[in-house]
Ligand binder design. Structure first.
Ligand code: NDP
Length: 458
């Protein structure tokens, strides 16, 4: 057989992709963000399917789009007034070809099955890109922790884990944080898990406090990683972050540490946001003040301006209206649309690195790519969080703890590795090393697909 005999005609690949995508839409009605994530990844896979018909024969795409297991459950708890509250819990265990299911928990009122399936699907490719032995999953609840007392959050977390614990395990499924879930929530969940199983199984959750088997640099990892990826992209054009104006949307875990790292590398971050508005601070965001407000006092971002004379809080327009050179959307999915992209391009932005998962709409991504600027999709740029979670699992398994510098160095190395792998993959399959969207999808896909082929039809 010649090489050409083993190559599938591109018409056949298009037919195959169209059929898989329409089946996903038909079988998961109403899950718009899941459809969006599937469409983006699958359409990027055409060049690899043309060269590797074995993936089509083994129905890898159909299997990838169907989670291995989904758990939906009731989470009853009692609030501070003594009233019974009922929320819904989710865990979608998407793919374990490369390792235990791995991915965060999101507590936010907008959470539904479609949101968790979109996040879990993205996690497959992100986790594979890290090169570590982690599969993919995601979970959460429509519970809203904002405005709730510590006692209410604890009772909710305990009830959540009392059902979920039976599906978890350091070799089975290892959750972490995401929107609304930080060290406080993970602490309550770890405590309840430990109590139920009567075992100090450190590797069952990541993002733990450093004093109780957590890893240094995990809190910082996602935001730092997104900036490291941005640094690497700029370097391919002989550019750096030094002296650049940056905008970071959000003001949570990812945003705070993206701001910190960007400023460490010489940028001035002139804006950040929350769901009510945004701060403009031409002197550069005061990260210590931001941490105090968001992490310690758990207050709204608007209080920042009361203590910072160079800043103003704006509730009309968008944080993306602020003129800047680089942007790190780090709040939530679809926060940056075509209009925002047009404004950013008009204002001369040169690079976009997604700290959040799928923060740019498909139209915004298309606009950035058409404009020829550097664009890093979240599954690549924000992989530093889960990569450091895998380092936490490694430390837990060895019952050891690495230093902050050691962990941060490994994060830097992993992000550089992801960046290089994506560019090589893009160059191989699309002849354009700057095509980070295709490179990330194909680079993650081939690792998972090869493992699935090797492991048979399961
Ligand atoms: P946090 O809960 O710490 O912060 C979320 C931030 O985004 C807050 O500023 C919040 O504002 C804002 N936000 C949330 N929802 C909306 C919305 N619907 N509209 C506008 N603003 C919103 O979450 P993280 O920083 O952990 O997560 C941010 C993003 O990064 C998510 O997409 C997450 O999936 C992704 N991510 C996180 C990782 C991690 O390690 N934490 C790893 C990889 C990806 P407000 O307070 O007003 O709600």
């Amino acid at each position: 057989m010649t090489v050409l005999d083993s190559v599938v005609r591109s018409d056949d690949v298009t037919d195959h992709l169209t059929s898989v995508i329409s089946a996903v839409h038909r079988r998961s009605p109403g899950e718009a963000v899941f459809h969006q994530a599937v469409d983006e990844v699958l359409t990027a896979l055409a060049p690899v399917l043309e060269r590797h018909p074995e993936y089509i024969d083994a129905r890898i795409l159909e299997r990838l789009c169907e989670p291995e297991r989904q758990v939906l459950f009731r989470v009853p708890w009692v609030d501070d007034r003594g009233d019974v509250q009922v929320n819904r819990g989710y865990r979608v265990e998407f793919n374990s070809a490369l390792g235990p299911f791995k991915g965060g928990l999101r507590f936010h009122p907008t959470v539904d099955l479609g949101v968790i399936r979109f996040l879990g699907f993205e996690q497959i490719f992100k986790n594979a890109l890290t090169g570590q032995a982690i599969g993919a999953g995601k979970g959460g609840s429509d519970f809203d922790p904002s405005g709730r007392s510590d006692g209410e959050v604890m009772r909710f977390c305990q009830s959540f884990v009392t059902e979920l614990y039976r599906h978890l395990g350091e070799h089975t499924d290892v959750p972490a944080g995401d929107i609304g879930v930080g060290v406080r929530e993970l602490g309550f969940m770890f405590g309840q898990y430990k109590r139920i199983v009567n075992r100090f199984e450190a590797g069952v959750l990541t993002g733990k406090g450093v004093g109780w088997s957590g890893s240094h640099a995990r809190t910082e990892a996602t935001g730092y990683g997104a900036v490291i990826f941005l640094r690497e992209m700029l370097a391919t054009r002989g550019l750096s972050l030094d002296g650049r104006r940056a905008v970071v949307s959000g003001s949570g875990n990812v945003a705070i540490y993206a701001i910190e790292k960007a400023q460490e590398l010489g940028a001035t971050v002139v804006g950040c946001s929350d769901s009510s508005g945004y701060v403009v601070d031409d002197a550069g965001i005061d990260v210590a003040l931001l941490k105090e407000i968001k992490e310690v006092r758990r207050e709204r971002l608007s209080t920042y301006v009361a203590q910072r004379s160079s800043a103003r809080y704006v509730t009309v327009g968008s944080v993306f209206d602020i003129p800047c050179d680089v942007v790190l959307p780090s709040a939530t999915q679809n926060e940056l649309g075509a209009d925002h992209a047009a404004t950013l391009i008009r204002n001369g932005v040169i690079a976009v690195s997604e700290g959040a998962n799928m923060p740019c709409t498909a139209a915004a991504v298309a606009a950035f790519r058409d404009a020829g600027l550097l664009f890093a999709p979240g599954k690549a740029a924000n992989a530093g969080g889960v990569a450091t979670s895998a380092l936490e699992m490694q430390q837990n398994a060895a019952r050891t703890s690495w230093t902050w510098h050691e962990t941060q160095d490994r994060l830097d190395e992993i992000m550089r590795g992801i960046h290089g792998h994506i560019r090589d993959t893009a160059a191989t399959y699309t002849s354009d090393p700057d095509d980070y969207v295709s490179g990330a999808a194909i680079g993650g896909f081939t690792r998972v697909a090869d493992a699935m082929l090797a492991q048979g039809v399961v």
